[in-house]
Design a protein around this ligand. Structure first.
Ligand code: ADP
Length: 214
């Protein structure tokens, strides 16, 4: 964790030292402050993710289950994500069966947001996302399929590992990712007694499957 914090801290220090070392133009101050804000936001995402995972490790990751409709919850998350998808002309198709179940709405919302957020973030422009929710036997099955670049088999094995990012170099300085979204999603699904799996084909896309017991 401290290793992950090192980059944004170094960015904040060097940008603020640069800004303070002599008088600069307003544009330069603005640019330095923006970089500091971006890095601080990245650290905030990291620390809140780490807090969640430390609760998982210490057995304090408690669910507050209540009876709710999973179709409604999925629809809400799709609505939240739609503006981001629209920005990149990505179409979201939904195939959702209405069903009631006991689940923790806020944690489940977070898990779905992570999966759908990734399906947008790692998709191609004008790509597609398909979200399905149905019941087979004694299982509730969700899938989130995207038309992104896919994930190589070696990377696929590590995808649920903490801080794991396929293209770390690209997100190094960044605001983009922490590599904590999927481990948190997995913890949420498992806390509900479910499982999560992934299948992916390079250059075709990726599908995450979530299965929950009824
Ligand atoms: P983050 O997105 O914050 O980096 P995640 O834990 O959500 O962290 O994902 C870990 C890594 O898995 C990402 O950095 C990305 O490389 C890869 N990944 C996740 N979802 C997808 C997807 N739908 N398509 C391609 N790669 C993905």
């Amino acid at each position: 964790a401290s290793h992950e914090m090192r980059t944004p801290i170094a960015v904040i220090l060097s940008k603020s030292q640069f800004a303070l070392s002599k008088e600069r133009s307003p544009e330069k101050y603005q640019e330095a402050l923006q970089t500091c804000v971006d890095s601080a936001q990245h650290m905030r995402t990291l620390t809140s993710g780490l807090l969640e995972l430390s609760k998982v490790d210490s057995g304090e990751f408690h669910l507050r289950p209540e009876l709710g409709n999973l179709e409604e919850l999925t629809g809400e998350v799709v609505k939240l994500i739609e503006p981001l998808a629209d920005d990149r002309e990505i179409k979201i198709k939904c195939n959702l069966q209405s069903m009631k179940a006991e689940f923790d709405p806020s944690k489940m919302r977070q898990a779905l947001l992570n999966l759908l957020g990734n399906a947008v973030k790692y998709n191609r422009e004008e790509g597609e996302i398909e979200v399905t929710l149905n019941k087979i036997g004694a299982e509730i099955l969700w899938s989130v399929r995207d038309t992104g670049p896919g994930i190589e088999p070696v990377a696929l094995k590590n995808i649920f590992g903490r801080f794991y990012q396929v293209d770390k170099a690209r997100t190094r300085t960044g605001r983009n990712g922490t590599g904590l979204g999927l481990p948190i999603t997995k913890a949420i699904v498992e806390a509900h007694g479910g499982t999560i799996s992934v299948e992916s084909e390079v250059e075709k896309g990726t599908t995450f499957h979530v299965s929950l017991p009824i």
